[in-house]
Design a protein around this ligand. Sequence first.
Ligand code: BES
Ligand code: MN
Ligand code: ZN
Length: 492
Amino acid sequence: MQISLKNVKNIATTASDCLIMTVNPSLSGPLAQQLDSACGGAIGKILKVGDFQGKLAETVMLPICDGVKATRIMLVGTGDAPLTVSDYDKIIKATVTALNRTRCKSALWCAENLAISDRADTWVLQRLAQQMTLASYQYRKTLSNPKPGMSLQRLSVAAPVTAANKAAIAAGSAIGEGTNLARELGNLPANICTPTYLAEQAQALNKKYPALKVTVLEEKKMQQLGMGALLSVSAGSDQPAKLIVMEYTGTTKSTAPHVLVGKGITFDTGGISLKPGAKMDEMKFDMCGAASVFGTMETICQLGPKVNVVGIVAASENMPSGRATKPGDVVTSMSGQTIEILNTDAEGRLVLCDALTFAAKFKPASIIDIATLTGACVVALGKHAAGLFSNSDDFAQELLSAGQAAQDRAWHMPLWDDYQTQLDSNFADMANIGGPEAGSVTAACFLSRFTKDQRWAHLDIAGAAWDGGAAKGATGRPVALLSQYLLSKAGQ
Ligand code: BES
Ligand code: MN
Ligand code: ZN
């Protein structure tokens, strides 16, 4: 979707397939009044009759009107100020639903009375661009007859064409597109989206953005590097593991990069510690951390901020077979630390620990890993917040703020030494599970042993990464949080 700003002098004489006007119950606001007079007081009348009352997220289409150049007029209620962010999202969602009942190709967004608590005007524009871009996404790849997609192709936004407003629209669109890429990769079935497929997607990104440097490490190379933990996960699979590295250079080469490391388990059966059958299909989403790294790289490449970013994806399947790792097996990680694999279903931390050790070679300014790591995190936080763990409280604070700003929130969880002993093993330097208590914390404790000298954070997105039920599908989170953080590092 193309979203652009438009300096509109008179909304009545501006052409479009649909003029979208936000209206509050008292019809206050100069634009709404201008429109009301242009169509002979029709808005005032409909408010009086009560068929449309200007309530939050209420919509109505007005009949074609002579005094107005647009083909249609849609009124969208805002209710009474002040609005919350979720009120605003409801307004946008209702607009999209109403638009989708038409076949409009272009629309003009005229908003007023949209003051949102604690949010700048530029944020309001950015959110619109992001939400409209998200609304344009539809999964089609494996459907013979997908439902017709959104017909809207161009959205003009009536607002001053200033540098700040332009940047806001660009950021919102790019974050929306990055999120859509993450959703698509997450939604693809595991028989298509294999580690090899993910490696090809990195090459495709490189084709789109030639300045992006892409390297794919094969199993042989990982063996040479001593990645015994990562390779223990792919051992049972016929699909070779891939370690995918994407380097974006937006500022001087000597500037330390921010590194993102994504868990890319393209299917998690649990391995020999086989998962139960119910909902096992959802384990195709076990690469959503990786998908968020791809999505964030897309956003960053589109916006070109002055920051260096390295995206690393540890891609593997977790399958049972005669060659699969068995409970009790001991492996040596790239760091030299040995691990007793008591449960092959705790595989995410095994691929991540070697990817995190590998990441240190970039001498990062910060490292964030993103993973659908534990069912325990879903129990603790549900789908609304990602679990955030860090060895630096001020880094955690930065990421919490980025999540708050992007409305893609995380919640700070403890990473106290007290939990570390749960990983004790008689046969290796550590076990890969820490027992039934505080499962998301012990998973993070495990990772912390591979990031000691780094400014590191871990986002457990097991709850946030996908929705179930009728709207089953990947959410693309936390592309918005990560992009917000990286843009803030570039001073944007
Ligand atoms: N990918 C799963 C975590 C998961 C489960 C995410 C359900 C979302 C929904 C992960 O690999 C896993 O299996 N974790 C185990 C760890 C346990 C064996 C210590 C879990 O959470 O049960
Ligand atoms: Mn697992
Ligand atoms: Zn997993």
